[in-house]
Design a protein around this ligand. Structure first.
Ligand SMILES: [Zn+2]
Length: 378
């Protein structure tokens, strides 16, 4: 089984390298938009577009100055976007604007041997802390201090600039991996929330990290400050930049936090059960503002899926037909009064069990998961 893992490094390009990266952003966008226009008129295949690329080089000779592989990659992306559109998985691809789209480009790993010398277009040297990238040569990197070298074959590299002006490179690596065979012993149900991010059927509540809340508060405050500033003034841009930096910090803190909790859950359990998340319901029921309703919870689910399969464990998602918080996990009685979100704990009028609202919900999730798992075994 081949598994892929991506390694993200902070990039420290020189001024010269920044110019080259920015040029590549522009050129990949130009190629994308040019062929998007063409594909709206003609039905071109990916191969047609690549074959036609030299014609565009004639029209725009500056394209030759950037990594040709990155231009082909943007055609692959365009082709994928159309495929997904035809499969009704997303909307029709849109033109990429200079500021509206994500500033990044991808380039594939290529290797060849010439006169017994091996040539590679992407190389990572973790001892010297440099990455070799096409047209950029060596760029300084930081990250993964404990790693001596990447544990597999490089597939591609994505160079990006985030809104706060920092550069990153994400290197996708193919890692050979044998999935262990496990006889499941421990099973846990988890309820995902906002204040307590994870509530387990064992009664454990994992709270949002303080630092995350701190960043969220600071961003809100700065956003209010921005609203007061005169648009276009130097203070306006200063605040805007500050917000972008805070968002980046928040993103990093969340990412770290999510990895911590998912790692713990997967190492301690063999089967993990959660509900299938529905965005709309979550926004209504859990009264989450748009600001907080970011992809974090979905991210937890997708990472659990990946990590469990990596360790030969199981992740079961159950459909929420019934509100899991209203059902008594011991006798099955449905208590409508628990609909009210302010009810944090209750005693079941049928069997007299005492329930913590969230732990009870995660226990119901656990039982639904066991049911589903048993069905699969038969
Ligand atoms: Zn009961």
């Amino acid at each position: 089984m081949n598994m892929y893992k991506s390694y993200q490094f902070r990039l420290y390009p020189t001024d010269q390298q920044i110019i080259q990266i920015q040029k590549t952003f522009g050129c990949t966008r130009l190629v994308y938009n040019h062929y998007l226009e063409k594909r709206k008129k003609d039905n071109l295949t990916c191969f047609d577009m690549i074959k036609d690329l030299p014609n565009l080089y004639q029209e725009c000779p500056f394209l030759k100055e950037v990594d040709s592989c990155s231009l082909r990659c943007s055609l692959f992306d365009l082709d994928d976007a159309f495929k997904r559109y035809f499969n009704h998985q997303n909307n029709c691809p849109k033109f990429k604007g200079k500021y509206s789209s994500k500033r990044s480009y991808r380039t594939n790993y290529i290797t060849s041997t010439y006169k017994e010398k091996k040539y590679e277009n992407i190389k990572v040297d973790l001892k010297r802390k440099v990455i070799t990238l096409p047209k950029l040569k060596e760029v300084k990197i930081r990250g993964y201090r404990d790693l001596e070298s990447l544990p597999g074959r490089i597939i591609n590299a994505t160079i990006s600039e985030c809104s706060s002006g920092k550069y990153y490179v994400s290197v996708l690596v193919e890692v050979g991996h044998i999935v262990p065979k496990i006889i499941p012993k421990r099973i846990v149900g988890i309820d995902l929330g906002i204040k307590d991010v994870v509530i387990t059927s064992d009664g454990e509540k994992i709270k949002n990290e303080k630092i995350i809340e701190k960043y969220e508060k600071r961003i809100k405050r700065k956003q209010r400050e921005l609203a007061r500033r005169e648009k276009g003034s130097s203070n306006y841009y200063k605040t805007k930049k500050r917000i972008a930096i805070l968002f980046q910090k928040l993103k990093n803190a969340r990412k770290y936090f999510i990895h911590q909790i998912t790692k713990k859950l997967v190492l301690e359990n063999d089967i993990i059960v959660s509900e299938t998340l529905k965005v709309k319901e979550m926004l209504e029921e859990k009264k989450v503002s748009k600001f907080l309703s970011d992809v974090s919870l979905f991210k937890i689910c997708s990472i659990l899926k990946r990590k469990t399969s990596y360790y030969g464990k199981r992740y079961i998602q159950i459909d929420s037909y019934y509100p899991s918080s209203q059902k008594c996990s011991r006798c099955g009685y449905k208590n409508e009064k628990v609909k009210d979100l302010s009810v944090r704990n209750w005693i079941c009028p049928e069997c007299g069990s005492y329930h913590d609202r969230d732990i009870n919900a995660s226990q119901n999730i656990l039982f639904a998961g066991i049911k589903k798992y048993m069905k699969e075994l038969i």
